[in-house]
Design a protein around this ligand. Structure first.
Ligand SMILES: Cc1ncc(COP(=O)(O)O)c(C=O)c1O
Length: 440
């Protein structure tokens, strides 16, 4: 199918695969209160309670969580030396932080918030159904021999560009499930190897992400022993991610950083299919209301959320439909078609989307390493362009004016959500740095 994008200041840049900034014309205040949404804000609180209930089991399965009592949390790190290096020296940028999901325990990426959550919830549900876990039993029962025996008769399956597969595979194997991960052709070799070492069955497709998910879904259909984590539709993944906003609120409070109309908050979230950034956006809107403005960021050849949301179409529009290739080194964002579920929720809630080149991703990986000793993979560095677009791009300036934020930008807080990288093996990381140095 070929799709004509509507007239918009960002249209030609999108088609030419040039970095650009799109402001969502349907963005409106109070969007979480829309009764026609398929979800409700209480589900964020339910997810937080679920995480707390699962925490002792998580701690039992993953000793690295002992320090946090089973919570999977990331640090909020203020940009210091890195600010100058990436051109954010001036005080017009307010305060800039990294939300370091790149170093999340268990899975080394934001996908720990979704994949681990869904697998552990499924384990609890299955154990209850089979009479292994009764009301009032400690959740750590699920690490006992009989629970593991039950889980070993079941397979958890997922389609992935890499990091979701890692988080689901790690979580499933920790509980004793069998696991199958259908990888798209973009998946990096080291992610595949790590899963194989864990005893995960990895099926590598010579096809893109949408196809890998579809084939995983078909393989799971009709086999009741397979539980399929559906990245295109899963509400569990979405709400698992959403709880990150409550964590962020607590961190900002502890730094005495206000979020209100005079102190706006900006989140910059790397987007693949949309589940992780969509879940965080929804959570943030529930927690901070209209004082937070969330932007997705995508590679210039894979802006699936941008083209779909810009098109205004009811049917999902893919990047191929507008002549783009979906080729990028940012494997986590190499997705041609966004989730329909997330698209529906983001319609009036997402402030906009910007795009970045692969070369810039490598440069930011190098800067983050050299200036602040943070290890990122290319997908994870994408949000770094956010403050620049909002403050310097003509469409960004218009956005700031339209939202009545002109007098408040020095009081703003910008959060660059870095979404993965701490598990990248040294050799692969040096290769990223080498590629970045070759560009400078
Ligand atoms: C490092 C990284 N960042 C961002 C994303 C985007 O998440 P989603 O596909 O849920 O939009 C991914 C997805 O795998 C990822 O691996």
């Amino acid at each position: 199918m070929t799709v004509e994008l509507p007239n918009d200041p960002a249209r030609q840049d999108v088609l030419d695969a040039v970095p650009t900034f799109w402001s969502n014309p349907l963005y409106k205040p109070g969007a979480t209160a829309d009764n026609s949404l398929p979800i409700s804000s209480e589900e964020v609180m339910t997810a937080q309670r679920n995480w707390k209930r699962l925490a002792p089991l998580l701690e039992r399965c993953f000793p690295e969580l002992a320090e946090t009592g089973g919570a999977i949390r990331s640090e909020l790190v203020e940009l210091k030396a890195l600010r100058q290096a990436v051109g954010y020296g001036g005080n017009e940028y307010g305060r800039i932080f990294i939300k370091a999901d790149s170093a999340l325990p268990v899975a080394g990426s934001i996908k720990a918030r979704g994949g681990v959550y869904e697998v552990f919830l499924f384990a609890e549900q299955l154990a209850k159904l089979r009479g292994i876990l009764a009301d009032g039993d400690p959740i750590t029962r699920l690490a006992d021999v009989d629970a593991r025996a039950l889980f070993s008769d079941h397979t958890v399956a997922v389609g992935s560009t890499g990091n979701l597969g890692l988080s689901v595979g790690i979580a499933a194997r920790a509980l004793g499930f069998k696991a199958t991960v259908h990888m798209s052709s973009d998946a990096k070799r080291w992610k595949v190897e790590r899963l194989i070492r864990l005893g995960v069955d990895v099926i590598q497709h010579e096809a893109d992400y949408t196809t890998a998910v579809e084939q995983a879904r078909v393989a799971a259909e009709g086999d009741p022993s397979i539980y399929f984590v559906d990245d295109e539709q899963s509400r569990h993944l979405f709400f698992g991610y959403s709880v990150a906003a409550l964590e962020l609120a607590e961190q900002l409070r502890s730094l005495s950083i206000n979020v209100d109309p005079a102190h706006p908050l900006f989140l910059y979230l790397p987007c693949g299919i949309g589940g992780a950034p969509g879940g965080v956006t929804y959570g943030a809107k529930v927690v901070f209301g209209d004082s937070v403005h969330c932007f997705f960021v995508e590679p210039v050849q894979s802006p699936c959320a941008l083209v779909h949301l810009m098109s205004g179409s009811e049917e999902l529009v893919s990047v191929y439909d507008v002549g783009l290739t979906n080729r990028t080194e940012a494997d986590g964002m190499a997705v041609a078609r966004m989730s329909g579920f997330v698209a529906r929720v983001m319609k009036n809630m997402l402030a906009g989307v910007f795009t970045v080149s692969d070369d810039d991703l490598f440069r930011w990986v190098l800067h983050a390493h050299e200036n602040q000793n943070i290890r990122l993979e290319p997908s994870a560095a994408a949000g770094m362009a956010g403050p620049h677009f909002v403050l310097k791009h003509p469409v960004g300036r218009e956005f700031v004016a339209k939202e009545g934020l002109e007098g408040h930008m020095t009081e703003a807080t910008h959060i660059v959500w870095t979404t993965g990288g701490s598990f990248v093996p040294q050799e692969q990381f040096e290769d990223f740095l080498g590629q970045a140095k070759a560009l400078t």
